[in-house]
Structures are given as C-alpha cells and as structure tokens.
Design a protein around this ligand. Sequence first.
Ligand code: ASP
Length: 308
Amino acid sequence: MGLQIQHLLGLENVSKEDISLILDTADSFYEILQREIKVVPTLRGKTVVNLFYENSTRTRISFELAEKRLSAAALNFSASTSSVKKGESLRDTIRNIEAMKIDMVVVRHSSAGVPWFLTQCTDAVIVNAGDGLHEHPTQALLDMMTIRRKMRKLQGLKVAIIGDIFHSRVARSNAWGMTTMGMDVVLCGPPTLLPQHTESFGVPVTDNLNEALEGADVIMLLRMQLERQASGTFPSIREYRDRYGLDLEKLSLIKKDAIIMHPGPINRGIELASDVADSSRSVILEQVTCGVAIRMAVLYLLGGGENA
Ligand code: ASP
C-alpha cells in the first residue's frame, strides 16, 4: 500500500498510517546510506526540480543528495539567479519549468501556501521544503525519525519545543505530526514570541520554561529567527538567552536520558550554549543524517517508487 497523500504540503492533515509508512521506508533508506554504494535505481528516469526562493543549507543539499541517491535527475533553481529577478510570476515560472517535462517539484518560499498554489497550476508532485511561517513537513518527519531511532518509540513521549514559536514552521509541523503519532508536545517561549491563536496548534503553550522542561524526554530548541522579527518582539538577546537559552546549568534540570535537538542553523550562545550543542545528549547531527533518508522516502513514495 502506498501513501494516501499525493503531495506533501504539510503534516496538519496527514494520517498516522502515512507518517508511519514514511518513517519505516526512511529506516530502510538509512541502512542503504551506511553502505559503500549509496545509490539505488528507484527513481531513474524521473526529474525533480528544487525550486528555492529562500535561503537554505541543510534542506537544499539534503533534497539534492536524496534525489541523486535515488538516481533521479536533480535540477536546482535559485530565485536570486533566475528570471524572477526580471519580474516573472511564480505561475509562469512553474508552467515554463513544467513544459520541460518534469515530474516533481521541491519548493521553499517565504509565503505560506505557495506549495498548495503550485498544485493548482501544474500536474507535477509538489513537496514543501518550508513555506513562510506555515509548515516544514520533512523537518518534522526527520525529527520524528531521529527520536524513534533513539528512543525506540514515539507514542507517549513528552517533547518540549522551546524558542521563537511564532516564526517557526518547524514548531507547527512538529506540533501536528507528533500529536498524530501520540506524542505529548508542549510549546514554550517568551509571550511575545508565542502565536496569538494557539488553539490551532492543539497542544499546550506556556512561557514557563521549567514547566516545559519538567518530565520532557525530548528538548527541541528553535532558532531565534532574527531575519523575521518585527521590532520589539523580545527585549534583548541577552535576556532571551538568560531566560530561555539552554545552557549547562539548565541542562541539570532535565531528565538524565532526555535528548537535545535543533533544526539548524544554530545561533550558538543564544538559544543553545555551544557546550550543550556539542554534548553527548545532542542528536543534532543525527537529525541531519536522518534528513537525507526521510527525503529519499518522501520522494520515493510520492514519485511512484512503490510501483517502480
Ligand atoms: N531550517 C529551518 C527552517 O528553514 C529552521 C530555521 O531556519 O530556523 O525553517
């Protein structure tokens, strides 16, 4: 049985069965990635365009690697060097790319809803690689994969997601995906960086760090999104670091076997002290490794790999 979804636009409405299938498939790809020859022929003949309108390091490289390891033809489009600079619309860009006969589009954009919009103007399979403040589904999937590999389960684990919740598409995708998988998520940050209508998350939200950390099995720090801040959203970086940044002192308050995660890029010394980021409790680089396997699984399952 394949996936119920045809595109990966977000995790808000993705079923437990679909998430489980992606995680299980990614586990198999993870094993392949340990081999000397890491390439499989599953998407041979398929063409994937990586349409990046916003900066990215991990996500872009990870998708490109995943495509190459599945033997798909991977093309990279970056808005800063394209005709977008000459004023070409998103719809025209995608219709022109589609006219070159492509099968899948991986898209990152600063506006929420762009991946959905693309499903309305092309027949290609669309994968969201981050849309504005909305969702970043492959990040949440790789986070769940990392946790499942470390803790051997997801159901019943408590996850504290801490930081700039308001601007975080990672927090949104994780809140929805993890809740679907039976995990207990709590979102925590300064009141000015918490969304106003928190009911839509369906999980508790608090500005009390100790409350969030208590009993947590997983602590996920979020990057302070300095490029997206309107003025006055937090008093000062120093105050933020003192109250919400995870350092060795606060680490002593958490469960002995709890793991530390961060989607990257880290603002070292702000949301996460360097010695904590590099400690044995941190699984941050394992998240990056799982990212390639998750993206292989998503592309394989959506790209018809099941029937290949
Ligand atoms: N890399 C993640 C994203 O693109 C997290 C971040 O930028 O802070 O949303």
